[in-house]
Ligand binder design. Structure first.
Ligand code: GLV
Ligand code: MN
Ligand code: MN
Ligand code: MN
Length: 427
């Protein structure tokens, strides 16, 4: 094989083109990208990617939830393939690198290996995973959960469409059907061992690599995420006429719930002497949502993560105690639903070692690190050995329009991904 040459100019041009599949939303922080799963922008991005894959000579398969498998057949196609991939959906008002670097970097890595005359023994697949972000259906990593079998197909199909303005009764089943992804979700699941290995390239979404001047992070562990929904029912009424002593304001109760989360997460960090526990109430839906109407119902979505799922559960128990007290004191009801409570994931030593060798070959220093963001890799880990390659992003900023990774950082990561795939596909 000749030396692997990454076409950085093409890769960054394609990333910019992909960022164009969005509603144009000027923002003081930069051009915001919003690409919610199964919206017109997401479908256009998928069609465009499939076109590039076919142009490069790879075959494409799409499953019933829209997971898209771009395959380069190896010389021994009966062997389990090695896979890479990530997501192209983006939360509202996001940047243009989260997920997309892993997808476009994966395609570029495969094209570069092909151009270098590499002949893979194991097939190599690039997988675009559906809805890594929880924006539309309330749960992240939808496609990879279904692949791993950690989300039951009938439960998945019943997930309610949370898109603002969604028709009543709109669920994953109706939305995916309308988007052209038909058939039973049963067929999405892949057997343990279906892949020989999985490696995902991603921006760090944190500040450590940039701060330490390192071009590459090798992820050894992915923190365990959980999601909960709280529905607070109080009593509404006229904002002028309903007197303060008579109120059961659902939003006031919700505010106390939000602060309880913050209080117990901070207490967990003080107790552990780390910052490993994080908790965020990221949405708050107020009914009826009128300035002159006392809120009667509030729905909160809570995202809580920890490297230690037992400690995470301890925080939830403390929050539940407060929730019971808040409900009693304010005369409201508060119902909790667990959306997901996942385990952490650990990388494979073999794949981590392959990435280390790739870094050595490219003379790129690296550090081993924990991912505090979750990724589809967390669920791919249920069916095969995994690892992740991180590249620095400016100031560690992500999930914001000013998210930025430099073209040279993206090229470095893609080069490491390509040589890691070459090693794994030769094994
Ligand atoms: C996924 O984007 C996450 O929130 O970690
Ligand atoms: Mn994200
Ligand atoms: Mn991501
Ligand atoms: Mn993520």
């Amino acid at each position: 094989m000749q030396e692997i040459s990454i076409d950085g100019e093409r890769l960054n041009r394609e990333l910019t083109e992909l960022a164009g599949f969005t509603q144009v939303e000027p923002s003081p922080l930069g051009t915001a990208v919003t690409r919610v799963v199964f919206t017109a922008d997401d479908l256009r991005a998928r069609a465009w990617l499939m076109g590039l894959a076919e142009e490069a000579g790879f075959s494409v398969r799409v499953d019933a939830v829209g997971n898209t498998f771009i395959r380069w057949e190896g010389s021994e196609p009966e062997l389990a393939a090695v896979a890479t991939g990530s997501h192209v959906d983006a939360i509202p008002h996001a940047g243009m690198y989260d997920g997309t670097v892993g997808v476009m970097g994966g395609l570029e890595a495969m094209r570069a290996l092909k151009a270098a005359g590499f002949v893979p023994r194991r097939s190599i697949e690039l997988v675009l995973l559906t809805s890594e972000e929880p924006t539309r259906f309330g749960i992240g990593c939808l496609g990879s959960r279904l692949i791993a079998g950690t989300l039951a197909p009938e439960k998945a199909d019943g997930l309610v469409d949370l898109l603002p303005g969604a028709e009543a009764g709109s669920t994953l089943a109706t939305v995916r059907e309308a988007a052209g992804f038909r058939g039973s979700l049963e067929g999405v699941r892949l057997a343990v061992g279906h892949y020989d290995g999985w490696v995902e390239l991603h921006i760090e979404q944190g500040p450590l690599l940039e701060r330490e001047g390192l071009p590459i992070g090798i992820v050894t562990d992915i923190a365990a995420p959980a999601g909960y929904r709280f529905v607070i029912e109080g009593v509404g009424g006229h904002a002028g006429a309903l007197l303060m002593p008579d109120r059961k304001d659902a939003l006031c109760a919700a505010s106390e719930v939000i602060l309880s989360v913050e209080k117990h997460v901070l207490a967990a960090n003080r107790a552990s002497g780390t910052s490993n526990t994080v908790g965020t109430v990221g949405t708050c839906e107020v009914h009826p949502g009128a300035v002159n109407s006392v809120p009667s119902r509030v729905t909160l979505q809570l995202d809580i993560r920890d490297t230690d799922p037992v400690r995470r559960e301890g925080v939830m128990q403390a929050v539940r105690t407060d929730v019971a007290e808040i409900a009693a004191a304010r005369g409201v009801t508060i119902a909790e639903t667990m959306v997901n409570a996942d385990a952490p994931a650990t990388s494979s030593e073999k794949i981590v070692a392959a990435i280390e060798v790739a870094c050595g070959g490219a003379r790129l220093p690296f550090k081993k690190m924990v991912s505090r963001a979750y990724h589809d890799s967390s669920f791919m880990a249920r069916i095969c050995p995994i690892a992740m390659i991180f590249i620095p992003c400016r100031a560690g900023v992500s999930h914001r329009p000013d998210e930025y990774a430099s073209p040279s950082a993206i090229m470095d990561g893609t080069r490491i991904l390509a040589s890691t795939l070459a090693t794994l596909a030769s094994d």
